[in-house]
Ligand binder design. Structure first.
Ligand code: ZN
Length: 211
């Protein structure tokens, strides 16, 4: 696929220690995306990173809901929220980017999920689906039009970032093999379907790296 260097952006979602093997919310083989994303990064003039960045006792932590366990759900002020192990706590090693990630030219880091009472899977909108992160405005002001999404995890933050990107009228492409999934029951199939229905193309990283 031919890139348009001035108006394409690589959006690297949550490639953080807690989502990699050994981390608090490890995505199976999550670290395998790192060398692929590094190679992708060399093809893009514009790179933006997201960083999951929670205060202690965050609403998405099972530990903040007495009697609940990770991977259950809880009712919140904005609807049902999946509950996770404590992860990506602000200022902790688990919240740092994987140390193999080499994207020194990245222009922006969007921190998300920093409010205690609301989670944010999407790089664009928090989980109430109305509170913006500011990324859409940033991309528009910068004249960036097409977003290539990769990172962790395919079935949550990559999925919701991609879908919301189209809702904000950006063209969105998902780099399938530069992502890895949490893989809860049905979550990958539901993501494939949601991306398809939103008209989002899924390609392999090699279609960019070898182009
Ligand atoms: Zn989180």
């Amino acid at each position: 696929m031919e890139l348009k260097p001035a108006t394409d952006v690589l959006l690297v979602v949550d490639v953080q220690n807690d989502f990699c093997p050994g981390g608090a919310l490890a995505v199976d083989r999550g670290d395998e995306v790192v060398p692929i994303i590094n190679r992708l990064g060399q093809r893009f003039e514009h790179v933006v990173l997201t960083q999951d960045w929670h205060p202690r006792e965050h609403v998405s932590f099972a530990s903040a809901h007495p009697g609940r366990k990770p991977y259950e759900t809880a009712e919140t002020g904005y609807g049902m929220q999946a509950l996770w192990p404590d992860h990506c706590v602000q200022g902790t090693p688990g919240a740092e980017f994987h140390r193999g990630l080499q994207l020194p030219h990245a222009e922006l880091i969007v921190r998300k999920g920093f409010r205690r009472d609301i989670d944010s899977y999407s790089a664009f909108l928090e989980n109430d689906h109305t509170t913006p992160t500011g990324l859409a405005g940033y991309l528009r002001e910068r004249g960036l039009k097409r977003i290539f999404v990769c990172g962790l995890a395919y079935d949550f933050c990559v999925r919701h970032s991609a879908i919301d990107g189209t809702a904000f009228d950006f063209e969105v492409v998902v780099l399938q093999d530069a992502s890895r999934a949490v893989g809860l029951p049905g979550s990958v199939e539901a993501t494939d379907k949601a991306l398809y229905e939103a008209g989002i193309q899924r390609i392999s990283a090699d279609e960019i790296i070898s182009a």
